[in-house]
Design a binder for this molecule. Structure first.
Ligand SMILES: O=C(O)CCC(=O)C(=O)O
Ligand SMILES: [Fe+2]
Length: 255
């Protein structure tokens, strides 16, 4: 479970990052992944992408349990730089929740607007998604988009197509940023290769389709949360939890 080769280039976590994360609900760090990590991640994701359906489906789908199928992906769960970043966002006490591959080949349909839940009754419970956009994306080509401020509503069950108008209909009222008072609007993100994006899980987000003429978008998300509640998103098999107990300590536990 140990691979301590650096995954991130130098960066500094500042108060501005903290404020941006809490105000917008996400931060994009372009060019954070080292070239070595980009290379290794591309290989690892390509490897799990071709695992035959017969082996990678059933109760433990390859994409949902990506780290359980590939050693390098597994090694990043508790990589010192990964944990340092997760601690910056979540504070001292955290749990690993899931590692899901988000591989979008050419022509992939993207993803409709949605939010994810956790800790609706206790807003002190944070849940952060750490996206590794290994070969990046353009706004109109497998691009992540988000609505800054939407995370503060901690709304669950919002679902619509990728179309922004449909999303606003599904969202309904309350279209003002609760802290700044500004009207909320869609932000179409860009990500050069090596981008890491952090996002509070309650943020409203969607993914634009990948163009038929584009290559595969290689991406994986690692999710961490403060313990305290059961998590519907958690994807850790019983045997993995047992196997990792010694290496990860409490990191892979539910509470
Ligand atoms: O594929 C992406 O860029 C984002 C997928 C997503 O919505 C998620 O993992 O929460
Ligand atoms: Fe999502």
């Amino acid at each position: 479970m140990n691979d301590s080769r650096p995954i991130f280039n130098d960066y500094e976590w500042t108060d501005t990052h903290r404020q941006q994360m809490d105000r917008d609900g996400h931060i994009v760090f372009p060019d954070l992944l080292t070239s070595g990590a980009q290379r290794q991640l591309t290989e690892s994701l390509a490897r799990i992408h071709v695992i035959p359906r017969s082996e990678g489906q059933g109760p433990k789908p390859t994409n949902m349990y990506a780290a359980e199928y590939e050693e390098y992906l597994e090694s990043l769960i508790a990589h010192p730089q990964m944990l340092e970043l997760a601690h910056h966002v979540l504070g001292d006490n955290l749990r690993y929740d899931h590692c899901v591959s988000l591989i979008r080949p050419s022509g992939n349909k993207g993803s409709g607007w949605h939010t994810h839940g956790y800790g609706e009754v206790d807003p002190n419970l944070g849940f952060v998604r750490v996206f590794f956009y290994v070969n990046g994306f353009e706004p109109d080509d497998g691009g992540l988009k988000a609505v800054p401020g939407s995370h503060l509503y901690r709304r669950i069950g919002i679902r619509s197509s990728v179309d922004d108008r449909e999303m606003w209909e599904a969202w309904g009222a309350d279209r003002t940023h609760p802290e700044t008072g500004d009207p909320m609007k869609v932000e179409n993100l860009s990500a050069p290769p090596g981008t890491v994006a952090l996002m509070w899980t309650h943020a409203l987000h969607a993914v634009t389709p990948r163009k038929a003429s584009s290559d595969t978008r290689w991406c994986v998300v690692y999710a961490y949360r403060n313990p305290g509640e059961g998590s519907n998103a958690r994807r850790i098999s019983f045997s993995f939890e047992q196997k990792c107990r010694e290496a990860l300590g409490t990191l892979a536990e539910l509470y």
